[in-house]
Structure formats: C-alpha cells, structure tokens
Design a protein around this ligand. Structure first.
Ligand SMILES: [Zn+2]
Length: 222
C-alpha cells in the first residue's frame, strides 16, 4: 500500500474485497487509507461508501407504523454519530420523500434493522439509502441502538465489526445501550477523512456508470 507523507496531498487507492455473502466488491477511497485513523475495522468491510456532502437529507415514512415517539428515538440514535464526529456528520429532516437521500421506515415484525443503499461502485459515492428500524417489543433502548447502528450503515459502513463491543457488531443484547466506540468512529472518519484532515476529495469520475444497490441485514441469526 503506497503512502505519501508530508505536505503533499495523500492519494491512496484502497481496495476493499468482499468478505462473504455478497461476493467480492470493491470501493475506491481517496485522500487517506485504513492506516490513517486507527483502530478501525475498515479491512473487514465489504465496502466503505460516502455521501458527497452534509447535511444529508432524511425523511421518515408516515405509514401505519410511524409515530413521533419512534422518530424521536431514532433521531437520538442518529445523533450519536453527529456528536461523535463533532458535527461533521449532519442530517436535515425533510417533509417530502422526493427530497430525501435517506428514507426511514419502522418495522413492527422485527427487533432488527436493515439498510439498503444505492451507490456508484467506482467511487463509492452514495446516491440514496433506505433504513428499516425494527420496533418489535417497543424497547426504547433497543430502538435507539438499532437506529444508531443502521444510520452507521447509511453513512457508508458496508459490513460489520467483529468486535462485540462495537456499535457495528451485527447483533445486540436487548436493553443494553450501544455506544459508538473508537473503532466505529475511526471507520467513519476513514470514509470522510477529507473532512477530518481538511483536504479535498478527488472528484468522482463515474462517467456513464449506473449506480448499484446493496442490502445489509443486521441482527440475531436465529
Ligand atoms: Zn448491521
């Protein structure tokens, strides 16, 4: 892995290979490498994606499962990322699904979450994301944690941590609040290191490329 030190802009291409399930995929990161912010679990991920700018727009689907109470719990989960990143990660709620980059749904038939996103494979630039938050059981601690976990995927974390302490571990224990660990934070900082290092990201050259879709399933395997 080539690295450039000093004042020069660091441009490193990091290939993230697949780790089971979806087959080999790759994303291209620029500006920094997986060695820039450590510890992290970037090498374990299938892909690491990014939004071109913040705030990212969020819409909560007002279907039969929606309530303001669930929305507030979900926002508390999202805000964990806002706080942890020192307001680099920001979102803005919008009133129309058409104006939203991230659409959020509540699912009464599961405690787990699911995120589907669309992105350009050559650059890793996100186009849209759909976040499903399980509300089965109605435990506010769990709903908040699942929302934080799924928002981590929606921010671009394409895969899971192998460390049970991390927010992005694939399963959770009910009634135990999850927090963003240094591993989680450094993984997101790697995706957005242009912000954290005050450097410019190389403009994506996607040409006529079509965005692709991927789904990340989370939760207990039973
Ligand atoms: Zn997950």
């Amino acid at each position: 892995m080539p690295r450039v030190y000093g004042a020069a802009v660091v441009v490193v291409t990091l290939l993230l290979t697949g780790c089971g399930g979806g087959g080999a995929r790759s994303s291209e990161l620029r500006v920094c490498s997986a060695d820039t912010f450590v510890p992290n679990y970037v090498p374990q991920l299938e892909r690491l994606l990014y939004w071109e700018r913040f705030p990212v727009t969020v819409y909560f689907e007002r279907d039969a499962n929606y309530s303001d109470y669930y929305r507030q719990l979900a926002l508390q989960g999202f805000d964990q990322w806002v706080q942890a990143t020192g307001f680099v990660v920001r979102y803005r709620q919008v009133d129309s699904p058409d104006a939203a980059q991230i659409k959020v749904y509540f699912k009464p038939d599961t405690r787990n979450g699911l995120t589907t996103y669309t992105y350009y494979p050559s650059s890793g630039r996100l186009v849209s994301a759909k976040v499903e938050i399980g509300i089965q059981g109605g435990n506010p601690i769990d709903i908040r944690s699942v929302a934080a976990h799924e928002f981590g995927h929606a921010l671009g974390i394409g895969g899971h941590s192998a460390n049970v302490e991390d927010l992005m571990y694939p399963t959770f224990t009910s009634n135990v609040p999850l927090e963003i660990t240094p591993n989680d934070l450094n993984t997101v900082k790697t995706a957005y290191c242009n912000y954290f290092l005050a450097r410019s990201r190389v403009a994506p050259r996607e040409g006529g490329e079509r965005p692709v879709q991927a789904t990340i399933r989370c939760g207990c395997p039973y």
